[in-house]
Ligand binder design. Structure first.
Ligand code: ATP
Ligand code: MG
Length: 466
């Protein structure tokens, strides 16, 4: 840099001096150095000539009309000429004069009579400084433009990133909505399947009940008649026996082989047991009819106990003793309940799900082989009671193995099951929850002490408000 700095450099130079000889001398010597030189003899002329924007002005101080200080002040006051460096030329040698020269904006000071070498060196120095300054400004301008471009790029990038973030959030929201919709669809589908199953079961039960009802009514209606006929026949036989104490041998042998006395005594008992049996069938048919009537979909005020009993009737075959399983004892502890407004079919579905789960849980107690639970009599207890605030509660408990804490928190989740594939869909409790909470404004809770059993509490209002 210092070498470059020493290299001579040429430029446009304006010389201002009221002494023509000075102007000539300087013009000549500077021209010889390769500079383009213009000389003027007054401040006024200098101001005009400066409009051509020379690279440097050599300015005499002492001039008539307008001195060099005044010329320099005016040059610095105009934005057009303010940056042209001014070197003062003067015979004034006092420090105050030099200071004033710098104060008004001069960049250097050459004392007359001047040494030409000094003039060359100072001119060269100023031109070089100016050139460097221009280069620096050009570089600064380029840097500034780059900076502006970079900032624009950063802003663009930030905008793109923000847009990407927004679309990422939108994407996540969409995915969330989709999975929620899918879950709702699955639940709705599962519920439809369950309802279909229940109404199918209701229709089947209604059909069977109807078919059995006719012959049973027929048997039951004729039984009384059969009993009367039997009484009459037995009475007639006794009269015969009294009127003819001695029978012909052939007849006597036949009477003895028939054990007529036993028949006379046993026949009324037999008829009585047929009577009890057909009475029982009538009761079962009645339960089946209630169950199927409850399968209807509209809201109705019903006797909850009838619903529970008819559901138990449907489940009877699962409760009784099997070849390799003990029977389940069902204890009923029914309170005094008013009729309750509900969707009887859906409520039956809940009772069926909870009772089936209870029966499933008791399986381990019912097996013949020895287990930790073998000493327990498998039992389902159903309690009902009226609750304050016009509500009723149905509490179904079993003394099975209970439900571990980590399972309890997921019981009502759709598709949650601990049963083998094909045995449980994991929908029973989630659908029951929806039916009790959403359709009946009620509550469905589970209480379980693992190892001791489980209890499901259904609590619903007596009247459904729309
Ligand atoms: N009384 C109970 N004792 C022990 N565990 C129970 C009881 N009731 C429910 N559970 C547990 O809750 C799980 C979920 O029950 P849910 O009725 O929803 O489905 P599932 O019985 O497995 O299948 P699905 O009812 O659809 O056939 C069961 O798999 C079981 O682990
Ligand atoms: Mg179930």
């Amino acid at each position: 840099m210092s070498d470059a700095f020493l290299q001579p450099i040429t430029g446009h130079i304006l010389i201002v001096d009221d002494v023509p000889e000075n102007v000539q001398l300087l013009s000549r010597t500077l021209s010889e150095q390769g500079h383009k030189v213009r000389g003027v003899l007054s401040g006024e002329m200098a101001l005009r000539a400066s409009k051509a924007l020379p690279d440097l002005i050599l300015l005499d101080i002492m001039m008539p009309d307008m001195d060099g200080y005044e010329v320099c002040r005016k040059l610095k006051a105009s934005p057009l000429t303010a940056n042209i460096p001014v070197i003062f030329l003067s015979a004034l040698d006092a420090v105050a004069d030099k200071v004033k020269a710098f104060d008004v904006g001069g960049v250097d000071y050459i004392t007359k009579p001047f040494q030409l070498k000094e003039v060359h060196a100072r001119v060269n120095h100023q031109l070089k400084l100016q050139q460097l300054q221009q280069q620096l400004m050009a570089q600064a301008e380029t840097l500034n433009q780059k900076n502006v471009r970079l900032q624009q790029e950063i802003r663009d990038r930030e905008q793109i990133e923000a847009a990407l973030r927004v679309s990422e959030v939108e994407e996540r929201n969409k995915k969330h909505q989709l999975s929620q919709t899918l879950e709702q669809l699955q639940q709705a589908q599962a519920q439809l399947v369950q309802q279909e199953k229940m109404s199918g079961l209701g229709q089947l039960v209604a059909g069977v009940a109807h078919e059995i009802n006719n012959p049973v009514t027929f048997i039951y209606g004729n039984l009384q008649c059969a009993e009367n006929y039997a009484q009459d026949l037995l009475k007639a036989l006794q009269i015969y026996q009294r009127a003819m104490p001695t029978l012909p041998t052939e007849l006597q042998t036949e009477v003895e082989s028939l054990e007529l006395e036993f028949i006379q005594e046993d026949f009324p008992k037999l008829l009585q047991s047929i009577n009890v049996g057909s009475e029982r069938i009538r009761e079962i048919v009645q339960s089946l009819r209630i169950f199927s009537r409850h399968s209807e979909a509209e809201i109705k005020a019903v006797d909850i106990h009838e619903g529970i009993d008819s559901t138990l009737t449907i489940l009877k075959s699962r409760l009784r003793a099997q070849a390799d399983q003990a029977a389940v004892t069902v204890l009923k502890d029914y309170g005094d309940l008013p009729t309750v407004e509900c969707y009887p079919g859906r409520l039956n579905q809940v009772l069926m799900n909870i009772l089936t789960n209870g029966i499933d849980a008791l399986e381990i107690l019912r097996r013949a082989e020895e287990t930790a639970y073998s000493h327990r009599q498998p039992t389902i207890r159903i309690q009902t009671k009226s609750l304050p605030g016009d509500r009723i509660g149905i509490y179904i408990s079993d003394n099975g193995p209970g439900i571990p804490k980590e399972v309890q928190s997921r019981l009502f989740d759709p598709f949650f099951t601990t049963k083998d594939i094909g045995k449980g869909t994991g929908l029973g409790l989630s659908i029951s929850y929806k039916i009790i909470v959403d359709h009946h404004q009620g509550e469905l809770r589970c209480l379980s002490v693992p190892g001791k059993g489980a209890m499901f509490a259904i609590e619903i209002p007596v009247v459904q408000t729309p």
